[in-house]
Structures are given as structure tokens and as C-alpha cells.
Design a protein around this ligand. Structure first.
Ligand SMILES: [Zn+2]
Length: 167
């Protein structure tokens, strides 16, 4: 398989018992379907090990806005989507095989947004209070308020699922 940014061969690296595919040319990494969850927590040994490993290869990539093709499926263009409880990080995901491509530095960005158990407990509590407040407020009348309200509710649901299940 080849790096979708630099077209150089990806190097298979085993972290714990999980295989990932590293671009030593740009510091990007390919994670096969469902394997990102092993690395997103910075307090987890595997997450730390992979971030350390990738940090040796950090390199400027000419144009990060350019769409990448899936290194596994090759003819499938990966989709850009948000991945984080706060929607702050975008990642590339293959609609065919579910592989995820992280550009240089993106794993650290994801990890920096992960919360500790204590933070989760605090948020869970805040979320309950916030949810009650929205329930009793009733429906807003103005159209633009609808948008704001439903965005907020969506964000709360995302957060709730993150807090309850992790990723
Ligand atoms: Zn694919």
C-alpha cells in the first residue's frame, strides 16, 4: 500500500497487537476499519506509542485540502468527516472499507480532545442539568432559533454518547 499524500510505500508497524500502516515520508498513518479506538486515548500505552512513533516523521504536506484515495481500495476517494466529541478534528474515512487516514499531527489532535474519567463524570452531570433546562424551556417560535436549538441538541446527543460509551 502507498501513502495517499506522498505516494511512497506505507510501512506496516505493529503496536500492541494492532497493525497500522505508517508513511515515513509525511508522518501520516492508515488505520484499518475499527482500529482507531485503540489509539485515540493518550493515556493508553498504544496511543502513546503510536504518537511517539509518528512524531519522528512529521513533515509538511503540500496541500492537505486535497482529497485522498483509500490506500486499501485505491479507486475509492476517502470522505472528510468530523471525529471528536467537540467536532474539532476532521479525518479521512473510506466509505468502502472503513479505513481511516490521519495526516501528520491529527492523532495528537484527536488525543488532546479525549477526556479523563473524571472529566467525563463532570460533563455527565452538566449534561443532565443542561438537558432538563432545554426540556422545560419549550419550543422557540422563531425559525432561526430552531437551527440553533437543534444544533445544540445534536451536540448534546453526541456528547452524551461519547460520555456513556467512549468511542
Ligand atoms: Zn478503502
Amino acid at each position: 500500500m502507498y501513502c495517499p499524500r506522498t505516494k511512497t510505500p506505507l510501512k506496516k508497524v505493529n503496536v500492541g497487537r494492532v497493525s497500522v500502516y505508517v508513511s515515513e515520508a509525511c508522518g501520516g498513518v492508515l488505520l484499518e476499519n475499527q482500529t482507531l479506538k485503540n489509539f485515540e486515548c493518550p493515556s493508553d500505552k498504544r496511543g502513546k506509542a503510536l504518537a511517539n512513533h509518528l512524531s519522528q516523521f512529521h513533515n509538511e504536506v503540500a496541500d492537505l485540502t486535497q482529497r485522498v484515495s483509500c490506500p486499501v481500495c485505491s479507486d475509492t476517494v476517502m470522505l472528510r468527516r468530523f471525529y471528536s466529541p467537540l467536532h474539532a478534528v476532521e479525518i479521512d474515512e473510506c466509505p468502502g472499507c472503513g479505513a481511516i487516514w490521519l495526516d501528520t499531527g491529527e492523532l495528537e489532535k484527536l488525543q488532546s480532545l479525549m477526556l479523563s474519567e473524571k472529566d467525563r463524570a463532570i460533563l455527565r452531570h452538566e449534561l443532565m442539568k443542561e438537558h432538563e433546562r432545554i426540556e422545560v424551556k419549550g419550543l422557540p417560535h422563531k425559525h432561526d432559533n430552531w437551527h440553533r436549538r437543534s444544533d445544540k441538541v445534536d451536540a448534546l446527543f453526541d456528547l452524551a454518547s461519547y460520555i456513556t460509551n467512549g468511542w
